[in-house]
Design a binder for this molecule. Sequence first.
Ligand SMILES: C[S@@+](CC[C@H](N)C(=O)[O-])C[C@H]1O[C@@H](n2cnc3c(N)ncnc32)[C@H](O)[C@@H]1O
Length: 210
Amino acid sequence: MTNLVAHWDRRAESYDATPGNSLSPEQAAAWGALLAEVYPVHTGRLLDIGCGTGTYSLLIAELGFDVHGVDTSERMVERARAKALERGAGPGVSFSTLPAQDISGQYDAVFSRNVLWTVADPGRLAETVREHTTESAVWIAVETMWDGHPRGDFREAGKDLPGFGGWHPNVLRDVFTRHGFARTTWSSISNRPDLATQDRDVHVLFRVSR
Ligand SMILES: C[S@@+](CC[C@H](N)C(=O)[O-])C[C@H]1O[C@@H](n2cnc3c(N)ncnc32)[C@H](O)[C@@H]1O
């Protein structure tokens, strides 16, 4: 765990150069339109789990939600806060350095992107989310599946991650179902230049609800 936090801390500075984190204005608009379509309502409190540098937290706040991003990496959270300030985001966007399993309060909606492959037990995370969300909450989880092997410091930090390389979408759907989210569906968002997913990886969007 500590190794993983150190890994994401190290990655924070250059993280915005990774695919999907340096969105063009057109790509940001396409993501905004997609998320506006998949969330049934756009108000209330939304939790962004493993928010990284806040790229998607800020985008989602523009839909109308009050967004709280949490991340175990302090460096990621520092960058997210700096980005929010730079963009003039109001009090409706906030960030905490916090493991998702330690969240408190109730949320009306949840977002996560490329986080479930980084946790040892996504079922446990789903249980936490269930405990801290309203009955009608929708969790949009975006995940990637790729043909990769742990490299660099991931060789050590990632060796105990059962989801390295990404979970098969059906496996993850079953995990959600078993842990309190019976109405879970997924669809591919691969190969969409408008969403910056035009690489060789498989990109999936889950819509998770009770
Ligand atoms: C691959 S990055 C994704 C960041 C961002 N969501 C994005 O789409 O670019 C995974 C992030 O999840 C964070 N993370 C991993 N496990 C976490 C946990 N249990 N609670 C909160 N954050 C976590 C990491 O620190 C890292 O910033």
